[in-house]
Ligand binder design. Structure first.
Ligand code: GLC
Length: 439
């Protein structure tokens, strides 16, 4: 086992190795581009040793923002034949991208951007950077509300599992089962299974559906409202909903601190109120948790995920709902050696090493724990930190981890794992009162 010092240096070395000149790839080969929420979390890691580089990560992510405000899930700064689906499959239109500096994906990813801008601003007090990036975050959150609010329910829904960041969670099984593979789907060759163990990656039928949705979006010229209103897949997601609600609270904090107009502050306040009421649409009384809901069929997903646990982070839920959520986490904590699995180990669809059907994810641990700590559940929050530290010590900086054994899964030398080690989980950071995170 490596010493603490070794792990800190190793984490910094991984970020430097994955740095492509101001932006960071999640890991070489498997994910060779800039990903939206990966970059946001990565900025927290850089902030522990190079604050300017941390801001740069967010600035470069903003370069991919569309004229509409959307920050896409992937920025294709160069074409890498090692990755599928790349820019030639997405074919996003130049005009949408505000002059088209670079090709990107046609969907988004969890909008944690505003929350990370707030964290960097709190750490550095850099008003100039925060002012510029406030505008980026404001337009991004506004886009999400305009284009991904479904059926006037005030609930945030997604058109593609990849947009949720929790790509093959069982939360999407109902929505995927309800759609057909496009009969005219072009032949394609997956690349992910060439770089990672196929048993830890999505099945091929699932993949055909993922690509069918991309084809639908492409055929509409990436008209986002059409995609949401009439696309093959529409599932309300507690992950996106809660992260956006939290991002809006952080945006309001920034607006107040940076002195934005009453109008802007009132607008964001309205977004927060809508998010609070919309959250109730996601409460599944059968499971006693906030769950995903297929809006085409009206059916709830029937399992507890790590996104269900984000209600604390979003600051929503009645005392009874929050209590039921905490009980789920405690129950799962008895079954799993390491909190928090991405899917309930007591559910039939649980697979401890398959991507989002079981593994523990570093960035999710961080935000779930942050919410728990803010709600006074410090013991649980601290367990999530020490569990993440334990799996990293055992298996290195992997993409995600088997919650039953602590084995590492999928990618190696992973950027967000290194970043959250440095920013949160590492013992050296935690034992130093100056760097310990109070949340
Ligand atoms: C996978 C994950 C997603 C992440 C991406 C790059 O697709 O599911 O959340 O952003 O990899 O790390």
């Amino acid at each position: 086992m490596s010493s603490k010092h070794d792990l800190d240096s190793e984490a910094r070395a991984i970020l430097s190795k994955n740095d492509r000149g101001g932006y960071t790839v999640p890991t070489a080969r498997l994910y060779p581009y800039q990903w939206n929420w990966d970059s946001a979390f990565v900025a927290l890691g850089f902030a522990t040793f190079d604050v300017a580089r941390a801001w740069r990560e967010l600035e470069l992510l903003a370069e991919g923002q569309w004229a509409s405000g959307m920050i896409p899930h992937i920025l294709f700064r160069q074409n890498d034949p090692d990755y599928f689906p790349g820019p030639t499959t997405w074919q996003t239109p130049d005009a949408e991208q505000g002059g088209g500096r670079m090709p990107t994906g046609g969907i988004s990813q969890p909008p944690v951007y505003a929350s990370i801008v707030r964290e960097l601003y709190e750490q550095t007090g850099n008003d100039n950077k925060a002012q510029v990036l406030f505008d980026v975050a404001y337009r991004f959150n506004k886009w999400f509300i305009a284009e991904r609010t479904a059926q006037d329910m005030n609930v945030i829904a997604t058109v593609h599992p990849w947009e949720t960041g929790r790509d093959n969670c069982p939360d999407w099984d109902g929505g995927l089962a309800g759609m057909d593979v496009d009969p005219e789907l072009e032949h394609y060759t997956r690349k992910d299974t060439q770089h990672a163990d196929a048993s830890q990656r999505p099945s091929s039928e699932q993949y055909d559906k993922y690509i069918s949705i991309v084809k639908y979006g492409r055929d509409t010229g990436w008209n986002q409202r059409t995609l949401t209103d009439s696309g093959p897949f529409l599932v309300a997601d507690p992950g996106l909903h809660f992260m956006l609600l939290r991002a809006n609270r952080d945006l309001l904090w920034l607006a107040n601190t940076l002195g934005h107009s009453d109008d802007v502050r009132a607008e964001i306040t309205d977004w927060i109120a809508a998010g609070e009421s919309g959250a109730q649409e996601l409460w599944n009384t059968d499971v006693q948790a906030f769950c995903a809901k297929d809006l085409r069929s009206g059916e709830f997903s029937d399992g507890f995920s790590n996104a269900s646990a984000l209600c604390f982070y979003a600051g929503v839920g009645t005392p009874e709902q929050q209590d039921a959520t905490r009980l789920h986490i405690e129950r799962i904590g008895k079954k799993a050696q390491f909190l928090l699995p991405s899917w309930d180990p007591d559910h039939a669809s649980f697979e401890q090493q398959r991507y989002w059907k079981g593994p523990l994810w570093p960035q999710m641990n961080y935000i779930v724990a942050k919410g728990l700590a803010e709600s006074g559940y410090n013991v649980l929050a601290e367990r999530m930190r020490t569990d993440l530290a334990a799996v990293i010590k055992r298996s290195g900086f992997r993409e995600c981890f088997d919650p039953m054994t602590g084995d590492g899964c999928i990618g190696t030398d992973f950027s967000w794992t290194a970043a959250l080690w440095l920013a949160w989980a590492s013992d050296s950071r935690y034992s130093n009162p100056k760097t310990k995170r109070a949340f």
